[in-house]
Design a protein around this ligand. Structure first.
Ligand code: AHM
Ligand code: MG
Length: 338
């Protein structure tokens, strides 16, 4: 059987766009190469002295792990050298990194990235991921400015993730469906393994950190009880699966059908996850695969971004399931207001 590599696939796709310049193709290839390098380090994390905390906190006040820092540096240097990116914002940097000057002077894209999400799982050999989001800059020249980064998710040109799991995969969309590529370590190439991914319209998996139950909004509490009730017609009770690694939880639910929820809580009224480099890119992928991504009230990709590290509640996955929980949230909100 003929194997299609990621490189071949993006070049074949580019041929459908006669005016394409190849810049996005090169940018995606740079991300894939940096991903392979990060994968190599993740795979040998138990072997070398790379495990454990770096001893510094990032802008969110969380402990940075050595591999977070390593991954951040890899993606920044690959994209700087590639010359297609004018600026990059990362979960690991308080401010965005400007890349103007040199090979990037005429670059038209900005990238937002979570270089290693779920990093608390590194030390215990659980799947982690890289999430990225690509926009066209909206300013015309010179260095990137904050407004280039604060675009709505609906303006994304491409988005994707790399999951470092039992195998390593890159999944991405440019707005024409979602395709997944599994890394074949013997040839060092991502190979097309999951063409045209579609999220089942409904599923039987719900993923949420139930330890926070007492802090959840009432609509979410009621939805969880609904998931746990017995009903043969709708296959309930559903199955609860929560890894605590967003990419892995999302990936499983996309392939099998399910919902991932990180709601606002009494402790974190804006939720935990970040809009620009965690929620928007996964929302773009979810929608392209036929799913839904919401903050409980509205589409994630319609949210106005006001700051780089903005947080939002996230309800994402199979359309019927996200709509169901939105219904519970709306029902409770009505009861409160009447
Ligand atoms: P991180 O960006 O600091 O790694 O945190 C994001 C992670 C997600 O991968 C995961 O879904 C979530 O945080 C888990 O949070 P919690 O431990 O509160 O359930
Ligand atoms: Mg993260």
């Amino acid at each position: 059987m003929k194997v299609t590599t990621l490189g071949e696939f993006i070049i074949e796709r580019q041929a459908d766009f006669p005016y394409a310049t190849g810049e996005l193709t090169r940018l995606l290839s740079d991300i894939a190469i940096a991903g392979k390098i990060v994968n190599r380090e993740v795979n040998k994390a138990g072997l070398v002295d790379i495990l454990g905390a770096q001893g510094e906190e990032n802008i969110q006040g969380e402990q940075q792990q050595k591999l977070d820092v390593y991954a951040n540096n890899q993606f920044i240097s690959a994209l700087k050298a590639g010359g297609e990116v004018i600026g990059l914002a990362s979960e690991e940097n308080e401010d965005y990194v400007n890349m103007d000057g040199g090979v990037s002077s005429n670059a038209k894209y900005v990238v937002m990235i979570d270089p290693l999400d779920g990093s608390s799982n590194i030390d215990v050999n659980v799947s982690i991921g890289t999430i990225f989001s690509i926009y066209r800059r909206i300013t015309f020249s010179g260095p990137a400015t904050l407004e280039d980064f604060l675009q709505k998710g609906s303006e994304q040109v491409a988005a994707g993730y790399i999951i470092y799991g039992s195998s390593t995969m890159m999944v991405y969309t440019t707005g024409f469906g979602v395709n997944g590529f599994t890394l074949d370590p013997s040839i060092g190439e991502f190979c097309l393994s999951h063409p045209s991914i579609k999220i089942p319209q409904t599923g039987i998996i719900y993923s949420i950190n139930e330890g926070n139950y007492v802090h959840f909004p009432d609509g979410v509490k009621k939805y969880i009880k609904y998931c746990q009730e017995e009903d043969i017609n709708s296959d309930r009770p559903y199955t609860s699966r929560y890894i605590g690694s967003l990419v892995a939880d999302f990936h499983r639910n996309m392939l099998k059908g399910g919902i991932y929820i990180y709601p606002e809580t009494a402790k974190s009224p804006k939720g935990k996850l970040r809009l620009l480099y965690e929620c928007n890119p996964l929302a773009f992928i979810a929608e392209q695969a036929g799913g839904v991504a919401s903050n409980g009230y509205k589409r994630i990709m319609d949210i106005e971004a006001k700051e780089l590290h903005q947080r939002t509640p996230l309800y994402i996955g199979s359309s019927d399931m996200v709509e169901k929980v939105e219904g519970f949230i709306a029902m409770y909100a009505e009861k409160v207001s009447t």
